[in-house]
Design a protein around this ligand. Sequence first.
Ligand code: MN
Length: 192
Amino acid sequence: MFKVQELPYEMSALEPYVSEKTLSFHYGKHYPNYVNTLNKLIEGSEFENMSLEDIICATYNKPDKQAIFNNAGQVWNHEFLWKSMSPQGGIPKGKLLDKIVEQYGSFEEFRKQLRDAAVAQFGSGWAWVYEDNGTIKIMTTANGDTPIARGIKPILNIDVWEHAYYLDYQNRRVEHVEKFIDHLANWQELDD
Ligand code: MN
């Protein structure tokens, strides 16, 4: 049985960029619903005692296992999202920033590409930053899809489902994404 993970900060800690009201629905209602639905779907099945990552990989591209994949992906994506946000977040530092500037010319250019990718994701989904053989890349996934299914370990994600921003920004996804990158983004360490 998967359990709801603790939020690493107070529900109001990301104000004013993500309101307490948004997090109380997002963390308090949407996320536990994915956890509970996944638990119900895997009960008594071959997936019951598998890790979340193993369930995601075992159900990827299997049409008859789509519901399990969607919910397992959304559990993983949200647990990573809680860590991808921080009251002390913002532009990256150190080795990651050096790599970004080296590859993209400036952080501003990288920020633009990440913002544009997140805004252009049609419908519900996620924007991701990850390292591929020393190169910093951007990708998006739709709905509950996750880079974990492709063996990719991300260093940041941004939720662009409307439930992540609608109460605070209504239809202004671009504003949600810009505030996220500029104030909340909590970049995971690069592997050495
Ligand atoms: Mn979400």
